[in-house]
Write a protein that binds this ligand. Structure first.
Ligand code: HEC
Length: 210
């Protein structure tokens, strides 16, 4: 075998090996994530166990308009956001929201009534004073899906399972852009429409204690 052939064969072997490793390396860069459950008509099914997903933060929202139904609230509400764990793992690895990512935002009503101040909403209790969550009162969700929402900003679909006490609606239809996405586009187009600045769990290092 002359030298030219050796170089050529070596090149071919290395080239083939690189081509074989290439897609594998890429798929590791963007890990696949668990998919949301959709009905044949495109409605989204209420996810199971979302309160066990990764909790990324809490917001206390004074009396105002609730985004799920556009109606004024009677008391402040507490908002808790959760990311489906495999999507969170992908985000921690790549810094991007992967295709399939599911994020839930659940609302709870605060405790009111005897022992609670109607301005600060602080309640006195045998446990100590505090603003306490009283009951769940609504659920919104974002799902990133390149195939289902090819034209939506960031390929996010937005859904509401109702602004009401449990049980929530079992399925939710896709909300029009103006109802949900428009606000996320206005506030967070630089962070793939996820309002990252609002969630302590999406800032800085993800490692505990750092
Ligand atoms: C008036 C502006 C506005 C509208 C309208 C709006 N959102 Fe949001 N959304 C926010 C803000 C601000 C946050 C971050 C803080 C928080 O949790 O409220 C947020 C956060 C979220 C999150 C958590 C992930 C993230 O992006 O931070 C989800 C899920 C969500 N919204 C779903 C919805 C759904 C579903 C609708 C429509 C029913 C909707 N939003 C409409 C302003 C809006």
């Amino acid at each position: 075998m002359n030298r030219f052939k050796v170089v050529l064969i070596t090149g071919l072997v290395v080239g083939t090996a690189t081509a074989a490793i290439g897609p594998l390396a890429r798929s590791q860069d963007t890990p696949s994530v668990a998919r949301a459950s959709f009905q044949p008509n495109g409605n989204l099914t209420l996810p199971v166990g979302y309160r066990h997903w990764v909790h990324i933060g809490t917001r206390y929202k004074p009396i105002g308009i609730n985004i799920l139904d556009g109606l004024p609230t009677k008391t402040p509400e507490i908002l808790n956001a959760y990311v489906e764990p495999s999507a969170m793992a992908a985000f921690e690895k790549t810094g991007r929201w992967a295709d399939g990512t599911q994020i839930v935002k659940e609302f709870s009503a605060i405790r009111t009534g005897p022992g609670c101040d109607e301005k600060s909403w602080v309640c006195q209790s045998p446990l100590g004073a505090g603003i306490f969550e009283d009951h769940y009162i609504g659920l919104g969700m974002m799902v990133k899906d390149l195939k289902r929402f090819p034209d939506a900003p960031g390929h996010w679909g937005y859904f509401s399972f109702g602004h009401k006490p449990l049980p929530y609606d079992r399925v939710a239809a896709l909300r029009p852009l103006a109802k949900c996405a428009a606000c996320h586009v206005k506030l967070a187009s630089g962070t793939d429409y996820v309002i990252r600045q609002a969630h302590l769990g999406l800032q800085k290092s993800f490692d505990e204690g750092q």
